[in-house]
Design a protein around this ligand. Structure first.
Ligand SMILES: [Cu+2]
Length: 360
């Protein structure tokens, strides 16, 4: 399987660099052999490396039937929805407290902008359209919504909405690009970590080069106070502050596009709109086996970079990527910060119908 082969390769690379580190540590130890020993040090192999960071990790913990659950899971629809007609685009979101899956068999108590889990719905407008946003708070505590695409007084528009209430504000989408939206209620770390984020795509008035497929990916990470298998997990604020996530995802569910790859035909131009929602981590966007033909970085839609390998999308930022792949195959898209691949921020772009594809 290509995917496994890919990780085998990564493992070899990681082991090679680890051996280099161990080798240099050995040299250091040898150099110090002549020095007087103040006290007997514990042998390295028996040291508990978790002592300095007493946070329980639930990374990678899934039930035995995880493969089956991953296949049964309906992947978040990454396809960019069309732009609604008219000068004013009305967006209604009703926040709900709900339990969702963030990895196969891993349940989490989230605050969901539209009652469907994280991320919230993709909002797609054209430069010059007015967004009329109505947020209804069906949750238990105050929430708000902050659009990075807006130039508007935040104390007026992004204000807290009490449970049971609704609030409407408007802004004109004058700046093109892909932007984050999120709850801005304090502590923002907790509200974003609990799933309150999404993407808004503002098409430039002057159209971008034609793309055959357009996908939206929102990168984020999850901090769990339990494995979420026997009972739903909730936020572990200490882990969120320490940036010690249990899962990292594209569109809210670990590895979902590995199990359900995003399709493309050979020779098509595929456009990715990528937002890093955090709450804290960036995503280092890269597609294995190819190079981005164009990258519009951090909402500057007036110019693109050509021939780009990896772009750091900062937490709270976004970027747009075009890639044209001629050769059929399975091309992993990743955050190239590989701890995040290990925690689930990886998917596959399936170009054509490659031989030796995934077993499903
Ligand atoms: Cu909130």
């Amino acid at each position: 399987m290509v995917y496994k082969g890919f990780f085998a390769l990564v493992t070899v690379a990681v082991l090679a660099s680890l051996s280099a580190v161990i080798f240099s540590l050995d040299s250091l130890a040898a150099a110090r052999d002549d020095e007087p020993k103040a006290e007997a040090a514990q042998p390295a192999a028996t040291q508990d490396h978790n002592v300095a960071l007493p946070l329980a990790s639930f990374a990678g913990q899934v039930p035995d039937n995880a493969d089956e659950l991953a296949k049964a899971h309906t992947a978040y629809d990454a396809a960019l929805p069309p732009v609604p007609a008219g000068d004013v685009v009305k967006v209604n979101m009703t926040l709900k407290d709900m339990t969702v899956e963030i990895a196969p068999g891993v349940k989490y108590n989230t605050w969901a902008f539209d009652g469907h889990g994280a991320p919230g719905p993709v909002v797609h407008v054209r430069q010059g359209q007015t967004v009329e946003m109505k947020l209804t708070n069906g949750g238990a505590i105050p929430h708000s919504i902050d659009f990075h695409a807006a130039r508007i007084a935040p104390n007026v528009a992004f204000k807290d909405v009490a449970p049971g209430e609704s609030f409407t504000f408007r802004f004109k989408a004058n700046d093109p690009g892909v932007f984050m939206y999120h709850c801005g209620t304090k502590p923002v770390l907790a509200h974003i970590a609990n799933g309150m984020y999404g993407a808004i795509v503002v098409d430039p008035a002057e159209a971008l080069p034609k793309a055959d497929r357009e996908y939206v990916l929102v990168a984020s990470e999850w901090y769990l106070n339990g494995a979420g298998i026997d009972e739903p997990a909730s936020l572990d604020m200490a882990k969120a502050r320490a940036t010690a996530p249990d899962w990292t995802t594209f569109n809210g569910y670990a590895n979902q596009y590995v199990t359900h790859p995003l399709p493309a035909d050979p020779g098509e131009t595929v456009r990715f709109y990528v937002v890093a929602a955090g709450p804290t981590l960036d995503t280092n966007f890269h597609i294995v086996g190819t190079i981005f033909d164009r990258a519009w970085v951090n909402q500057d839609m007036t110019q693109f970079q050509r021939g780009v390998q990896t772009v750091g999308v900062p937490a709270g930022g976004g970027a747009v990527f075009d890639v044209k792949i001629d050769e059929p195959g399975l091309y992993p898209f990743v955050s190239h910060a590989f701890a995040h691949v290990d925690l689930g921020q990886v998917g596959l772009l399936k170009v054509g119908n490659p031989d030796g594809s995934m077993s499903h």
